[in-house]
Design a protein around this ligand. Structure first.
Ligand code: MD6
Ligand code: FE
Length: 204
């Protein structure tokens, strides 16, 4: 763990190092296993018809989805069942770091295998950008790239490790970011290795 308990601000992204201790990480990993059992992860198709390298599922009122019709929030898993509830451990972090008054509508769960990555993007499918996005990392470290609000802005990179929590709010809410690669096998938290990232969002 790098600098547990320290908060770093990079391009307006607030990075809380080691915010979840190992017991909290293990508890959240179990809660996510229950989400994945109820709503099995899938590789969504980008609007360009290519499957994403990251597998995804969601919890909460809405799940994030993409296919030929584009990026959007949907109220059902592709199987037709409603999304399971957002894990309590994730809601506790939202209450502490984002808002105690308004709970998130969506918890997007991203599963990264050895070669998965996430291209530079902005989270802009929500209705109200005054609410932050909160992200929680579990398992193998991932190299997180942060830019500015224009695609051409300079970028910096930081390794997100298991237990790190990132708050993307204020002027950084619409900044570009992505995951270049993960360090597969570096963490023993998840039985099959890999990285899990949760992002909590207010959608409506
Ligand atoms: C990831 N995260 O860490 C991808 N989005 O795997 C995101 O795309 C993200 O970490 C919004 C805010 C924080 C994030
Ligand atoms: Fe994002």
């Amino acid at each position: 763990m790098q600098d547990p308990g320290r908060t770093i601000t990079l391009n307006g992204f607030e990075i809380h190092r080691g915010r979840l201790d190992p017991a909290g990480q293990a508890r959240l990993a179990e809660e996510i296993a229950a989400v994945a059992a109820a709503a099995p992860p899938f590789a969504p198709l980008t609007p360009w018809g290519k499957p994403m390298s990251v597998r995804m599922t969601s919890a909460g009122k809405y799940g994030w989805f993409t296919d030929a019709k584009g990026y959007r929030y949907v109220d059902r898993h592709p199987s037709g069942t409603p999304w399971p509830p957002i894990p309590a451990t994730a809601l506790d972090l939202w209450r502490a770091l984002a808002s105690a008054d308004r709970m998130p509508d969506c918890c997007l769960v991203n599963f990264y295998g050895a070669t998965a990555r996430m291209g530079m993007h902005r989270d802009a499918d929500e209705a109200d950008f005054t609410w932050p996005v909160l992200s929680i990392s579990l398992g193998d470290p991932g190299l997180f790239r942060i830019g500015g609000t224009a695609r051409a802005d300079l970028t910096s990179s930081i390794l997100l490790e298991s237990g790190d929590v990132v708050v993307m709010g204020g002027p950084a809410r619409l900044a570009y970011h992505g995951i270049d690669r993960i360090r597969f096998g570096a963490s023993k938290l998840l039985p099959d290795g890999g990285r899990i990232n949760l992002t909590l969002r207010v959608v409506d």
